[in-house]
Design a binder for this molecule. Sequence first.
Ligand code: GLU
Length: 475
Amino acid sequence: MTLPADNEVSFKDSVNLSFDIARATLDIPDGMAQYIRNVNNVYQVRFPVKIGDEIETFIGWRAVHSDHKLPAKGGIRFAPHVNQNEVEALAALMSYKCALVDVPFGGSKGGLLIDPSKYDRPTMERITRRFAFELIQKDYIGPGTNVPAPDMGTGQREMAWIANTFNSYRPGDINHLACVTGKPVSMGGIQGRVEATGRGVVFGLREFFRNESDVKSAGLEGGLEGKKVIIQGLGNVGYYTSKILQEEDGAKIIGVLEYNGGWLDPEGVNVEDIYRYKVARKGLKGYQGRGNFIPDSALLLEAECDILIPAAMEGVIDQKNASKIQAKIIAEAANGPVTFAAEAILVEKGVVSIPDVYLNAGGVTVSYFEWIKNLSHIRFGRIQKRYDEGKNEKLIQAIENSGHIVPKVLKEQICKGSEEIDLVRSGLDDTMREAWQAIRERFWTHDEIKSYRIAAMSIAIEKIHDSYRTMGVYP
Ligand code: GLU
């Protein structure tokens, strides 16, 4: 592919150019590589909804990038700027993400061109149900074919409407709840899904900081404690990432960016406090905490810090600002926040990107757990919790009978059986640790691989290729 003069390409081309570099490190037949790289199918739908006295037409997409494993998985985005190119790029990222973290799904994504802030709740419900119906009709939603989830502009509320719509068109399908993930817990959702992407980002960062050579490669040392962090986007992912980093890891959140202004406090903001203010006032202007309001929030991307966490949308670090980035690490909590052209500049500068396909995989990982829960029709931990508690109590008893005293706090910790949330977090932690070990191993042992992104992509492509080969696509 030839690059345009300013080197910036579309989001989809950006993903595909990284694919090409990663694929060149692998021994895969050309035809298969082309097949894996491209989107398998995309459905565009237009549908009318009566709103007040008017009929409005909406346009949406659901793309399946890869169905080497089924169902294909990925969120549905409601946004006023979404387009087919973006949906296809995001679907491709879903394929690589799932393969990388061993979540046995293909990759898909959906988008509806809408500004959700313009409609009240009952209208949003009608629009969402109609969009869901269109997708169900064409088999773009179903427990074994294609399973949506929340993304930008959607959440538990929309997932509940989608699940309920699916159920009304497929009455008697005992697995209907598995047709969508990210549902409210009262409707078959799983504990820990709302925080999952943010918590996954933190698990990924912790694993990075456990490996001294990785930390050194970014020009840093030590752990997460006291590290200066700037976070772009205080939505679901940004909120949980920064809250957990602050409360559990002792990181200092020195900057927060929203599209309509940012906040800088070198001593560290109180995440919970500033988040509440942002939700109530739809921005940070007027916030009374320590520090300063920065009207041109994009400038904060270029401020001095240890870790910059883009947690909102694609393309925020591009050819124009990449050379000005002062962060040592870019932790990609969003999908596609660094363009292909920017990546080259950052690698040259020695800025380390922990790539999106790895770092934000926590959402889909916990979606996988939710899907399993829905298919098994039982909450994780329900059967063994009390049994484990009984066994652990006997163990403590035996230790104490031998004359040792077990402190009360420790006793409680050991005895407590696992709740669903404990198991979800532990499964997510394990997933993020294992995947990082694979990425770093590939990065450090292959001279031709110059970034963790290319290491991650090459592992993902290899796994997808293996699936097709063992499936018998070619001998
Ligand atoms: N939209 C999220 C993502 O980009 C979650 C996808 C899912 O859970 O299926 O990873």
